[in-house]
Write a protein that binds this ligand. Structure first.
Ligand code: KG4
Ligand code: ZN
Length: 346
């Protein structure tokens, strides 16, 4: 069976052609077109510009993926498309494209929750460019998923693929959003996560003096709720006290910010591990590209003897492979009439 995955929830126009046979999957084509350069000058994603770019790019990417993979569109058996959460004008572009194509090819169109996509992305045992058949990593339930992206920060109890319970989420900013906002304060380009990460790495590798300290919001609260807006404000106040911020001070702030975020994520995840008594941990979302956070979770997994499921290279950020994969797992019920839902929850 060949599934076409479509992802347009934010600023990536992405498509994937995924072939599945028994429990094996093969990537026939996987394209992620980033709009970062278009949004950069605005310091963040502008929903109506994202919509315009998706509308322009979807047919071009569709033609290209068919041509590059040598797949005839009549071989496609189903379409999986993100219907939320995300920017609604952007989500609609993918949904309308998918529905038109589904009608023309007379095949089902399956709505996929973007966050479920991030969960299943971490179960793929291959990289985004692997061309052979491969199996999903074996996984026992229940397990826990920590989802950390530009729009979300949540700990999920996963009782099965498709069966989720939110254990805790952020009450304000998402982790990635905090990275992006702090980066803007430090006058770093968008998206800020990788930029902060670079400065923080430099500070760690070169033992830059630790001059500032930031709070670890809600680290002692007894629940799995997160809050990152206070941390962002603490960076703002720290910067206000300094007249001319030096590069070293920026590196120091970046490292301290990353440490604060990591400690909170680790502490809340420990709570979830102890509550669910699981032997595994899934982490998904763009922020897990962060080297320090990744290493810290590898350490945590060792400490608790957990199997750790992380996205392979090229699959932590938004992509359509994860949407196609989720679409192969979900039954092809009649989903006619489904809509974009910017706040769709798991
Ligand atoms: O999952 P994703 O690609 O899109 C959403 O669904 O939001 O995540 C994007 C977020 C952005 O906030 C970006 O700054 C952050 O992931 N990010 C990082 C790193 N790479 C991307 N944050 C910290 N360190 C990184 N290396
Ligand atoms: Zn995402």
């Amino acid at each position: 069976m060949i599934t076409l995955g479509i992802e347009t929830s934010c600023d990536e126009t992405a498509m994937c052609l995924l072939e599945t046979q028994d429990n094996q999957y093969k990537i026939l084509g996987n394209i992620v077109h980033s709009q970062i350069e278009t949004h950069k000058e605005f310091g963040g994603v502008v929903p109506m510009i994202a919509k315009r770019e998706h509308i322009k790019n979807l047919p071009i990417i569709y033609e290209k993926i068919l041509k590059d993979s040598g797949v005839n569109e009549n071989q496609i058996s189903r379409i999986a498309v993100t219907n939320g959460p995300g920017l609604e004008p952007a989500l609609w572009t993918g949904i309308l494209f998918a529905k038109d194509l589904g009608k023309r090819l007379n095949i089902p169109v399956i709505p996929i929750n973007h966050m479920e996509g991030h969960i299943v992305a971490s179960l793929l045992s291959t990289s985004s460019t692997q061309k052979d058949f491969a199996e999903l990593k074996p996984l026992d339930f229940p397990t826990i998923a920590l989802l950390i992206s530009g729009g979300h920060t949540e700990l999920i109890e996963v009782d099965n693929i498709g069966s989720y319970e939110v254990l805790g989420a952020t009450v304000d900013d998402a982790v990635g959003e905090a990275f992006d906002k702090v980066a803007r304060m430090l006058e770093l380009p968008y998206p800020g996560g990788p930029e902060i990460s670079k400065l923080a790495e430099y500070a760690r590798n070169n033992n830059i003096d630790k001059q500032i300290s930031l709070p670890r919001p809600m680290i002692h609260s007894k629940d799995m709720t997160f809050s990152f807006s206070g941390l962002k404000t603490a960076v703002l106040y720290t910067l206000k006290k300094i007249e001319n911020v030096t590069v070293e001070q920026k590196q120091d702030i970046a490292r301290e910010f990353e440490d604060a975020v990591t400690e909170v994520l680790i502490s809340k995840t420990k709570m979830a591990i102890e509550k669910i008594s699981t032997q595994s941990l899934i982490i998904g979302g763009g922020v897990i590209a962060n080297t320090h956070i990744r290493k810290s979770f590898e350490q945590l997994a060792k400490e608790y003897s957990l199997s750790l499921y992380l996205p392979a290279s090229g699959l932590s950020g938004d992509n359509a492979l994860m949407i196609a994969l989720a679409g192969t797992i979900k039954p092809s019920n009649d989903y006619e009439g489904f809509k974009a839902d910017g706040n769709l929850s798991l």
